[in-house]
Design a protein around this ligand. Structure first.
Ligand code: FES
Length: 176
């Protein structure tokens, strides 16, 4: 018989194992683990609550303003009343449309349709933003969907007109 097998079957080894098991205070271990788990859970809940509070407040008031770079997108006289111009904002991958409305206001929106992302165009004739893919219509003054499949507003680009220039200064997501 090998030395290993001898040791495994030796009664002293069994005794040692039993002592080891007896030495483990299982109740204390379980309590310690439960306490640690509850502390960790509480900490995580508080951290998540604090981290998401601003989003909850934003969503409760219906606005989700995004700080973005201020960039010049047009000169004030570049567009005649009733004309539109495409630009990208806040990044080069996010197309947008600037409209000088018939009542001489500047408005701008990201122009990916909120239905299935087709580009939205300004229709001067009807003074609406139109998505030709499935005939989705958006109100030019608010960006709200008014007809067709889209259910959500277009993200609004916040503008500032100063010194004969039109600047994009931020973006606002509206919910509902
Ligand atoms: S993608 Fe615009 S209406 Fe469908």
């Amino acid at each position: 018989m090998s030395e290993d097998k001898k040791n495994k079957n030796h009664p002293d080894n069994d005794q040692d194992m039993m002592k080891l098991v007896d030495n483990l205070n299982r109740k204390e271990d379980v309590n310690l683990n439960r306490r640690a788990f509850l502390k960790a859970s509480f900490g995580t809940t508080v951290a998540l609550g604090l981290a998401t509070t601003p989003f909850g407040v934003m969503s409760a008031i219906g606005n989700d303003k995004e700080d973005a770079e201020r960039i010049e997108i047009a000169t004030a006289d570049e567009l005649a009343v009733g004309e539109a111009k495409n630009f990208n904002y806040p990044t080069e991958d996010e197309p947008a449309v600037l409209v000088r409305t018939p009542d001489d206001q500047y408005v701008a929106y990201n122009n990916k349709c909120t239905h299935l992302q087709c580009p939205v165009f300004y229709e001067h004739k009807d003074n609406v933003l139109l998505c030709p893919c499935h005939k989705g219509y958006f109100d030019v003054n608010s960006g709200h969907p008014i007809a067709g499949p889209p259910q959500r507003e277009l993200p609004k680009i916040l503008l500032e007109v100063k010194d004969g220039k039109v600047f994009a200064v931020g973006r606002e997501y509206r919910h509902g």
